[in-house]
Design a binder for this molecule. Structure first.
Ligand code: G4P
Length: 284
């Protein structure tokens, strides 16, 4: 999907998210487990002030297990209730209902003391484009759930999905934009495919991926492409990949653009293994 990154669009999305946040007790924020900080927008902390917060490390199937555990601990320490999930396969989704109860324990207790029983927790899903919000809502809420219309005191037109007697989910997610003007953030989001390929040229992107893999995951490229790869000149490695995969232009000249596209697709699809692009130490 292509997203337009012009400021008017972002301001409108932020305003809508702010309005919707007023209607809920809980914000379920999705981040991409391969780059959990770059795939957040810090505005959400302001918007979500005073709300219970769940953070889901989505696409955890594509991220390094060791770092999934480290990121989970990192966000827990910051006060989030955290779960690793794969919205596509449904892995980890079951654990969310008990997590909601835990995250909203205070609210539930407060209601009980005031004699309010059976008031469901209202939640909204939020995250940057492409992080997996729609996939998650489908998988979490399923098709069998009833969608409820307007209610007194609720902005006209809002649709709620009733998951069970204790939980209602706003059926449209809140979209926030990443801080892609930060070069490092932009590069990481381009690597995982969150932002369009026009932002970085495909060869530059391939070079960034090769450089990172050589440093952090030595041996992976050699294994995938049957080449002898050593840290050093990334373009030499790209050429080796082109030759090994027979990406040639006329006259057996390695076609680096085609090889780059293939590498980028392999990387994004997890074919080079599970990889995490940023580590909690950077933020400690
Ligand atoms: P959005 O609403 O936040 O914009 O994201 P959306 O659900 O459209 O998901 C974006 C892409 O990420 C989709 O791939 C979706 O299948 C994929 N995805 C979502 N969650 C996960 C996950 O946990 N693991 C993996 N591996 N992929 C996930 P797509 O290529 O756009 O569509 P499709 O061909 O997969 O249907």
């Amino acid at each position: 999907m292509n997203y337009q990154w012009y400021p008017g669009h972002m301001t409108k999305a932020r305003r809508m998210m702010q309005e919707d946040a007023r209607l809920v007790d809980l914000i379920i924020e999705l981040v991409d487990a391969r780059a959990p900080m770059s795939s957040r927008n810090p505005d959400i902390d302001e918007i979500g002030k005073g709300k219970s917060r769940i953070l889901l490390l989505n696409k955890s199937d594509l991220a390094d297990e060791k770092y999934n555990a480290m990121w989970k601990a990192f966000f827990k320490q910051k006060g989030f209730f955290v779960q690793e999930i794969n919205a596509k396969s449904g892995a980890g989704i079951k654990g969310i209902i008990p997590l909601v109860q835990e995250a909203c324990r205070e609210k539930i207790e407060r209601d009980r003391k005031r004699g309010i029983i059976n008031r469901p927790v209202r939640a909204m899903v939020s995250g940057i484009p492409n992080v997996g919000k729609s996939t998650f809502i489908n998988s979490f809420a399923g098709r069998s759930c009833t969608r409820t219309g307007n209610k007194p005191g609720v902005t006209k037109g809002k649709q709620w999905i009733r998951l069970n007697k204790n939980l209602e989910l706003l059926d449209t997610p809140g979209i926030l934009w990443p801080k892609f003007e930060d070069q490092k953030v932009g590069e990481r989001l381009a690597m995982i495919g969150t932002i369009n390929d026009e932002i970085l040229q495909v060869e530059e992107l391939a070079a960034a991926i090769i450089g990172y893999l050589q440093k952090e995951y030595p041996g992976r490229l050699g294994e995938r492409y049957g080449i002898i790869d050593a840290e050093g000149n990334v373009y030499e490695t790209l050429e080796k990949i082109a030759v090994s995969r027979r990406c040639f232009q006329k006259g057996e000249i390695p076609d680096l653009v085609r090889a780059s596209q293939m590498l980028v697709d392999d990387f994004r699809g997890g074919k080079i293994g599970r990889i995490t692009l940023e580590h909690p130490e950077e933020w400690q």
